[in-house]
Design a protein around this ligand. Structure first.
Ligand code: G1P
Ligand code: ZN
Length: 543
């Protein structure tokens, strides 16, 4: 086995977005593409020599090939050890846990999350730092700089490593430990939640359907929910990870998890339904005839987390991404908790969690998590919900009714306009940005603008500043519209419009969300000219 130095040159567009570098799989498979970016990661972390990293991915197409390349490059550059999930598989939260458990120098996660997989779909690579969380911007900036000036990389000339057998092997001088992807994560869940109460819940006839969407959480959910907690065999469906996620779109929302929605809205619906995404960090919660929006789910979890052993002493504080609904803020205000507002993307929660300022956090995009790892965690959210239901004896529907009665309801929806022309989308944002200073005090279709600005975030822990994180317009009475462009898309631009309105009148609580937001939707178009710039009369996806 010998180390080869390969001459290369920078490749355009190697810039991590909201969550790592995501591109079309064929782009990643192109000459030097993956290799250049991995070499840029090594540069950004001061070299990989002598270091120990975790490696795994969501099993999508090219996951196995990419793992072999990364291992050969790590060995060639002097890494001490790689801890790899069997079959190069690891859910994102499980990878985060392994980094923390083994106190490694970080890890590489191969995933494009909820984006479809396959030769013509998406692939991604993300570096997580020793705290287990996604690399913050000062690290990704170094990746961008290294990728933009790369001239060569090192790789080992070697056969593939057998990643199918548990145990320790070597590649050159580098040790490779192949671990069960599920075991350590399952142990962590056992520490956090009242597994006896959950066993009793299922023994008492509670029924569940967990849709793994042909993605990574299948094996995790089967082990924990069925084998350990006693959910009926077959409760976990679409449980075998496949390279193209069964041809589906592994994003747990009512559109892409329609099969689950249909069952939950049907006559024989189980008590509880849930789904997770490609890499296992997102979650969707749905009760019998009762879909729970992610922002509401976050608020319910914050209000009731103390019912689980890990959080029985109460929460240190909570956080949400800026566009996430302010249902969480209402809980925080009533319970006397600090509530932080961060830019979109999990990496912004890391410092708050590390600094002990918050215990629980989440995003409107179906991400919730806590200080147990430094990623959002789909199955964790499901288990916390189940723990709360077990302790309260309530149905999902009852939980929601009681929650709104106590805190009021924040109607909330996100409208996505996908693959729109990037220039037009930018022109729309620029036009609105210019209008913002003049908006406060004006009337927009019957509502008065209270404030209008572009969100910037000053990290209270390290003082770093993130600018241009979304345009927001707030109305008197609590309504709000937020506009931002996605940082995870791989084609054109995706415009996200986040709509919110509040009500404290119980008579309105059961209203349809889109209906309740009708006026806000009209205001959003009126203010920004969405139809004019995108050429679309309606969004592609409403969540
Ligand atoms: C999206 C979500 C964001 C989430 C990210 C990674 O990013 O909106 O909340 O953290 O995926 O899962 P976006 O495409 O909006 O930049
Ligand atoms: Zn994900």
């Amino acid at each position: 086995m010998s180390v080869i130095t390969v001459k290369t040159a920078p490749i355009d567009g190697q810039k991590p977005g909201t969550s790592g570098l995501r591109k079309k799989t064929r782009v990643f498979m192109g000459p030097h593409y993956l290799e250049n970016f991995v070499a840029a990661i090594w540069s950004a972390i001061g070299g990989v020599r002598g270091k120990t990293l975790v490696l795994g991915g969501d099993g999508r197409y090219f996951n196995d090939r990419a793992a072999q390349v990364i291992l050969r490059m790590a060995a060639a550059s002097g890494a001490k050890k790689m801890i790899v999930g069997q079959g190069a598989l690891l859910s994102t939260p499980a990878a985060s846990h392994l980094i923390r458990l083994n106190k490694t120098d970080g890890g590489i996660i191969m995933s494009a999350s909820h984006n479809p997989g396959g030769p013509d779909e998406d692939f991604g690579v993300k570096f997580n730092t020793p705290n287990g969380g996604p690399a913050p911007e000062n690290v990704t900036d170094k990746m961008v700089a290294a990728a933009a000036s790369i001239t060569e990389y090192q790789i080992m000339e070697a056969q593939d490593v057998d990643l199918s057998t548990l145990g320790t092997t070597t590649l050159g001088d580098m040790e490779i430990e192949i671990v069960d992807p599920v075991a350590d994560y399952a142990n962590l869940m056992k520490e956090l939640f009242d597994f006896n109460a959950l066993r009793d819940l299922f023994a008492g006839g509670f029924t569940l359907r967990f849709d793994a969407m042909h993605a990574i959480t299948g094996p995790y959910a089967k082990t924990i929910l069925e084998d350990t907690l006693g959910a009926a065999p077959g409760s976990v469906v679409n449980a075998t990870p496949s390279p193209d996620f069964g041809g589906g779109h592994p994003d747990p929302n009512p559109i892409w998890a329609k099969e689950l929605m249909d069952v939950m809205m049907g006559d024989d619906a189980p008590d509880f339904g849930a789904a997770s995404d490609g890499d296992g960090d997102r979650n969707m919660i749905v009760g019998r005839n009762c879909y729970v929006g992610p922002s509401d789910s976050l608020a319910v979890l914050a209000a009731n987390a103390h019912l689980a052993p890990a959080y029985s002493d109460g929460l240190k504080g909570v956080a949400r991404s800026m566009p996430t609904s302010r249902a969480l803020d209402r809980v925080a205000a009533k319970r006397g908790l600090d509530c932080y507002e961060t830019p979109t993307g999990w990496k912004f929660f890391g410092n708050l969690l590390d600094d002990g300022r918050i215990t629980l956090c989440g995003e409107e995009s179906a991400g919730t998590g806590s200080d147990h790892v430094r990623e959002k965690d789909g199955l964790w959210a499901v288990l916390l919900w189940l723990n709360i239901l077990a302790k309260t004896g309530k149905s999902v529907q009852q939980m929601m009714t009681d929650h709104w009665a106590e805190f009021g309801r924040n109607f909330y929806s996100r409208h996505d306009y996908e693959s729109v022309d990037a220039e037009e989308a930018n022109a729309m944002i620029e036009g609105l940005r210019a209008k913002l200073p003049g908006l406060p005090g004006t009337d927009v279709l019957g509502a008065t603008v209270e404030s209008a600005d572009e969100f910037s975030y000053d990290d209270p822990v390290d003082g770093s500043r993130a600018t241009a994180q979304g345009l927001r317009v707030t109305f008197t009475g609590g309504g709000r519209i937020v506009y931002r462009l996605s940082g995870t898309g791989t084609v054109g631009a995706t415009l996200r419009v986040y709509l919110e309105d509040v009500s404290d009148d119980p008579a309105t609580f059961t209203k349809d969300t889109q209906e309740a937001l009708k006026d806000m939707i009209a205001r959003a178009d009126h203010l920004a000219g969405i139809a004019k710039f995108t050429g679309r009369q309606a969004p592609d996806v409403r969540t």
